[in-house]
Structure formats: C-alpha cells, structure tokens
Design a binder for this molecule. Structure first.
Ligand code: TRP
Length: 456
C-alpha cells in the first residue's frame, strides 16, 4: 500500500499548517467578513474556532493517530461493521467539490503572480488613464478584475495550469521538496504579512478599516452570519471532512495532540486576522467596497502595492506566497480522493491522480464559467460557484463536524481517546474531561442549532 508518509514529525505538523493556511485565510476570510458586517463576524468566527474548531481538530487527530489509516478505513477499523465509514466517504466528496472552486481561485492567483512579475498592473492602470485620466487605479483594477473573472478562456486556462501543477506534485507522492518549501515559505508569508500590516497602519483609511473589522455591530448579525462564520472556521482549519484525520495518522506517538491542535488553530486565525488588517484599511483608503465578494483581495492588494515604494517586489513576493499557501492546501484536498481511490479501489497513483484531476477540472470549468457567461444558470438562486461553496461549507461540513464529534464523544472506546490525549499516560491530559463533554453535548448541539436555524 503506497500510503504517503512525511519525512519527519515536524513535516507532518508543517503539512497540517500548510493545509490549514491557504486561500481560505487570505482570500475567503476577508471577503466573507466584508460581506457579513465586519467585527461581529470576526467575533463569531473566533468563537467558532475556539469552541468548535479546536475540539474537532483534536477529535480528528485522535481518530487518525489511533487508526493510522485513511479516512474511510479509520472508521472501519475503529467501529467495525458500522456505517461510520460513510463520514469518510462524505469527506472525500467535500474535498472534490471544494477543489472545483478552489482551483479556480488558485488559477487567479497564478495569473496575478504572472501579472505582478511582468508589472502588468501598473501598465493596465497607465493605459486606462491615458484614455480617461479621471479614472482612479481602484476603478481600473476593479473593472479589470471583473472583466478577467467573467471572461471565458483566460481563467479556465490558468485554472487548468494550477491543476496541472498539483497533479505533477501529487504524482510524485508527498514530496519532501514541498514539505521543506512550505517550512520556509510559511514563515516568509508571515513576515511579508507583517510588513504589509505596518504599511497598512500608515494608510489614511487605517482607522476606518479597523473600525469596520474590529467593531462588532450586532445589528448586522443574522442566522446566516453565524452559519457563515462557522462554515468559514471549519474551512480555514480544514476540519470536519477528514483531511486532518489523515494527517493525524502521520503524527508521531509523542506529539502532544492538544498542543498541536491549539498551535495550528492559533496560527491559522492569526494569519486570517492579519490579512483583514491589511485589506480593510486598503478598502477605505482607495474607496473599494469591502462587500465586493470573491474579487476583494485581487482588487485591493494590487492597489496597495502600486502606491508603495518598492511595491513591485512586494507585490510579486506577496502573490507568490499566496500561491504557495494555496498550493499546499490544494494538495491536501487532492490527497483525500486520490488516496481513497488508491486504497479502496486499487487504482495506481497515476490513474487515481488523473481521474481526480479530470473530475476537478470539469467542475472547475463549470465554476469558472458560472462567474461569466454561465451566470444565468442558477440552482435556488445560486450560480455553480456559489452552489459548490455553500453546499460544502454551509451543509456538508457542519454535518461532518457533527458526525466526527459524536463519533469521538460517544462511539470511540474511551481508553483509545484517553491514550491518544495523554500519550499513554505520559502527559496529564487535563483537558480530557471537558473535551469529551464538549464533543458529546456542546459541539454537536451548537452545530445542529446553527445548522437547523439556517434551514428555517
Ligand atoms: N484550509 C484551507 C484554506 O484555508 C483549505 C482547505 C484545505 C480545506 N483542506 C481542506 C478546507 C479541507 C476544507 C477541508 O485555504
């Protein structure tokens, strides 16, 4: 069985961080915050991470490290003869559907990296301003983004490129190269974000942007806000669908599961918050509406960089790092269906990779087209892109979260959980009792309330 393994224990943790920190932090979190009223969304998001995300992360690591197996097999081993393995099958479906829009955004990132390299943003603005000198760079970049994302070929080709890069990496199994690269690039991403945060403090719209981001205006909170924040917390932590379960199976026996989960969640949240601190002041400085949706990052950041000294290099570095962050997350999404096909359907790695890449590419074409010529095709008022996004984060991931917490809370043998969390009685595991109570009653009930509340 050719299961992917990591070079080292640190590699497993780095890969888990690589999976968590991705486009979800830098692209999705800011635009969802922008669309859902700012501060109140942030608050609900942080509460979701603390009280739902972290327990689920611990639960997934516990299942994974105890079974040392893939998602569906882990459930079969720990609960033989039951239907629990379907949780794993659903996780695999979630991964494929998410990939159907994630690769589109990764394609945009690839394109913007190329444009940063060729200094295309400045040229686009200059060209547009020779025609109409009244245009601001923010207007030009916004129009440019919407023309790009709604066109037919260009985004599809960039998406295909991003799938190709993933497929090549996935074909080689889990590469030490990328593991090592993410270990260097992730800290680099953090440093670059810090520089941008400092720059953001100097922008004229800093106070207004921060007020929007940090001041919780509860009059804007609806059931929708709450479920969106919860879905985003799961999405950003990569929990509730078994990917962290798979990575948990590579964790070493002396890794402290609780501590690891806490550091991954804190780092992931910190990066999302810093992205917000960079983006919202920029919106208020250049007159960009923070509720612009999926294009937010692609419109605001080129503008910030254009006004900065040394902006060319920073812009290039930034998009390259977002690309890398997105790539490591994308790989983790690819790993789930590929290893499933390999292990459960006895496909070779090559055939499995190509099958998944083809399916993802077809979904990607549909999502990409649904932002342009296909926008008229809707299901319950959602185009294909929104449908894939909402189906997973508002429906499938909450259900996955409920199932995983119930599994560890009620079904999994208590001695297994106890051994996993105390490392066979070597650590105190003081949080064991509250965790079990949380996973039995609090986590599933809270998710269910939010979930059902959203349906009504
Ligand atoms: N967490 C990643 C991000 O923030 C996306 C991601 C990777 C993901 N693996 C996942 C989301 C599994 C849900 C489930 O970009």
């Amino acid at each position: 069985m050719s299961r992917a393994t990591f070079a080292s224990r640190l590699g497993a943790v780095a890969a888990a961080v690589g999976s968590a920190v991705g486009l979800g932090n830098i692209w999705r979190f800011p635009y969802e915050t922008g669309q859902n009223g700012g501060g109140a969304f942030l608050l609900i998001y942080v509460l979701s991470v603390m009280f739902l995300g972290i327990p689920l992360l611990i639960a997934e690591f516990t299942i994974g490290r105890s079974a040392h197996a893939n998602v569906s097999r882990a459930f079969k081993m720990l609960a033989p003869g039951t239907k629990w393995y379907l949780t794993g099958v659903m996780g695999m479906l979630v991964a494929v559907i998410i990939l159907g829009f994630y690769t589109v955004i990764l394609g945009w990132t690839l394109c913007y990296t190329w444009r940063a390299l060729t200094n295309d943003f400045a040229m686009t603005v200059a060209t547009a301003q020779t025609v109409d000198p009244q245009l601001s760079s923010a207007d030009v970049m916004a129009a440019d983004f919407s023309a790009f994302s709604s066109s037919v070929w260009s985004p599809i080709l960039w998406m295909a490129g991003s799938i190709l890069i993933n497929a090549v990496i996935m074909l080689g199994g889990v590469q030490k190269g990328l593991e090592r690269a993410s270990r260097i690039m992730m800290p680099a991403l953090a440093v670059l974000l810090l520089i941008l945060v400092v720059n953001s403090c100097l922008l004229p719209g800093f106070a207004k942007g921060c007020e929007f981001f940090f001041y919780p205006d509860f009059s804007k909170v609806t059931g929708r806000t709450i479920i969106t924040a919860m879905g985003q917390a799961f999405f950003s932590l990569s929990v509730a669908m078994g990917i962290m379960l798979a990575y948990g199976s590579y964790l070493g026996d002396n890794t402290k599961i609780g501590k690891t989960a806490l550091s991954i969640a804190s780092l992931d949240t910190l990066i999302a918050v810093l992205a917000g601190v960079v983006i919202f002041p920029a919106c208020y400085s250049y007159g960009i509406d923070p509720g612009k949706g999926p294009g937010l990052v692609f419109i605001t950041l080129p503008n910030v960089f254009m006004q900065m000294p040394g902006g060319y290099a920073m812009c290039l570095a930034f998009f390259m790092l977002v690309l890398l962050a997105g790539l490591t997350s994308c790989m983790s999404l690819f790993e789930v269906p590929i290893s499933y096909l390999q292990e459960e359907h006895r496909m070779s790695r090559r055939v499995a990779t190509m099958t998944v890449a083809l399916v993802v590419c077809s979904l990607g074409v549909l999502s990409s087209l649904s932002l342009g010529i296909g926008s008229g095709v809707t299901v319950l008022g959602n185009n294909f892109f929104d449908l894939a996004d909402k189906l997973t984060s508002l429906y499938m991931m909450p259900i996955g979260g409920i199932l995983i917490s119930l599994f560890v809370g009620w079904r999994l043998d208590r001695s297994i959980t106890h051994d996993a969390l105390t490392n066979w009685r070597n650590d105190s595991g003081w949080y064991l009792r509250p965790l079990i109570i949380g996973l039995r009653y609090v986590v599933p009930v809270l998710i269910a309330i939010v979930f059902v509340g959203n349906l009504i």
